[in-house]
Design a protein around this ligand. Structure first.
Ligand SMILES: Cc1ncc(COP(=O)(O)O)c(C=O)c1O
Length: 451
């Protein structure tokens, strides 16, 4: 039995992997990764894989970046963890000061938590409690988009709308108001995202008119609905939404967990629209994937709404054991420092134009590529059965999953979102590594679809 088979046997004896049907592992066992360096991961049998999806969109600077690792090693012998109520430490103060520099205007109060879903819970509770104790107790509901994804705790699922994650829990979820999300590829108004006036915004207007008075907050994934299949919509929509939220006194929560830290070509997706939300959730790229950390960022105005005497009972009693963990803060500091010092985003944007051109050169004429969508280094291709009618493949065919398995054979981690294949690579990936990934991607798609 080789090294990998031995590990797989032990793994499957005890480990319940996330976001998977465990039965699938019978004929597709987990790949046992031994180490990572740069954009590559290496398994215990010596096979290598280009991590074109940045290990669930976290890795900005490549795996095991020397400088980030060094920061962690330094911190590990100094302070591992300390409770965050009544205590603080220099490394988290440094992180707050770094974050302040890149945050959209007005966002300057940081509530540290330890994963993306937890930051969404924190944001929802904060919005609700803020309204409850600041003369808006009638505002008790949340709005969100159809096709939204904000994580998998019950509150986060309630403002999400992807059935595969939430359907079974429907009866115990919070009842939320769903606004029709923009669907630019299959635009019901026959417009194009580059030139439209966001005619689809009329559903938001309708929902706000009907429910705005009872809504405390609307939560969105700005510009890209990632888990829905990298569905991209125009910045104009965000501008309109900001104005609508102001009109109806509804807080706007931007979930930038996936889009933050340069993924869309700007530090945050909301920067494309020049707007600031009232609350923002960030995570993933923040620590380059080293440690679990997320932040719920809010404004002075919201913060003030919780400020008072203890007896007033208006404090925000939300806590997580690992909030503000020094080790996580050390890698976040190192990541932000490198991003700024090395102009990582500017370099990525130069590659982004080139990469998108290459996607068009390779896939425009492909029979099954319905749309190529791009923001920053994110490039997604939606595979369809029929380009003319935009009819998708039946999900039971699991086309994306088959292509994923095919690409792995050639050393590319091309995990799909349904029938959408996408690149969301470390920002430091080279053109050569992208070129190699494109060739494997094309070959894998053809091997599955042109058989
Ligand atoms: C937009 C968005 N929100 C929330 C989450 C949940 O984050 P976590 O998996 O850390 O709980 C994710 C994770 O992919 C996400 O993409």
């Amino acid at each position: 039995m080789n090294e990998s088979n031995k590990c797989v046997e032990k793994d499957l004896a005890h480990i319940w992997h996330p976001a998977s049907q465990m039965k699938d592992y019978e004929d597709f066992p987990p790949i046992i990764i031994d180490h990572g360096k740069g954009v590559k991961l290496y398994d215990v049998d010596g096979n290598e894989y280009i991590d074109i999806i940045s290990s669930w969109w976290c890795n900005l600077l490549g795996h095991c970046n020397d400088e980030v690792s060094e920061a962690l090693k330094e911190q590990v012998d100094k302070l591992d963890h300390v409770l965050f109520a009544n205590f603080s430490h220099k490394i988290i103060i440094e992180l707050s000061e770094r974050l302040i520099k890149v945050m959209p205007e007005g966002l300057n109060k940081f509530s540290f938590v330890d994963n993306g879903s937890a930051s969404v819970e924190c944001a929802l509770k904060m919005a609700f409690q803020y309204c409850a104790q600041n003369g808006k107790e009638h505002k008790k509901r949340f709005m969100c988009f159809t096709d939204a994804y904000h994580g998998e705790t019950l509150g986060a699922l309630s403002v999400g709308a992807l059935d595969e994650y939430s359907k079974v829990f429907e009866r115990i979820m919070v009842d939320t108001i769903k606004v029709q999300a923009p669907d630019c590829y299959r635009c019901p108004y026959n417009k194009h995202r580059d030139s439209c006036e966001c005619e689809c915004f009329e559903d938001a207007e309708k929902k706000f008119e009907e429910y705005g008075h009872e809504t405390c907050a609307m939560i969105i994934e700005p510009l890209i609905q990632g888990s829905a299949g990298m569905k991209i919509y125009p910045p104009l929509y965000l501008k309109k939404l900001r104005a609508l939220c102001d009109k109806y006194d509804v807080l706007l929560i931007a979930d930038e967990i996936a889009t933050g830290f340069g993924r869309t070509g700007k530090m945050f997706a909301v920067d494309h629209a020049g707007i600031s939300p009232d609350i923002m959730c960030i995570s993933k790229g923040l620590t380059n994937g080293y440690m679990a950390m997320a932040v719920c960022v809010s404004t002075d105005e919201i913060y003030e709404g919780f400020y008072g005497d203890y007896a007033d009972n208006i404090a925000f009693m939300h806590s997580h054991t690992y909030a503000g963990n020094p080790l996580a803060a050390s890698v976040a500091n190192a990541t932000l420092k490198i991003m700024e010092r090395d102009n990582v985003l500017e370099d990525a944007n130069e590659k982004a134009i080139w990469l998108n051109n290459r996607f068009h050169e390779i896939f425009d004429s492909h029979l099954n590529v319905g749309e190529i969508r791009q923001m920053g280094l994110i490039n997604a291709i939606e595979l369809v059965e029929d380009k003319e009618s935009k009819k998708g493949f039946d999900s039971s065919e699991r086309i994306g999953y088959k292509i994923y398995k095919e690409a792995l054979k050639d050393g590319l981690m091309l995990r799909p979102l349904g029938n959408v294949m996408y690149f969301n690579p470390p920002l430091v990936i080279t053109k050569e590594e992208l070129e190699e990934s494109l060739a494997i991607c094309k070959k894998s798609i053809d091997n599955v679809l042109l058989k």
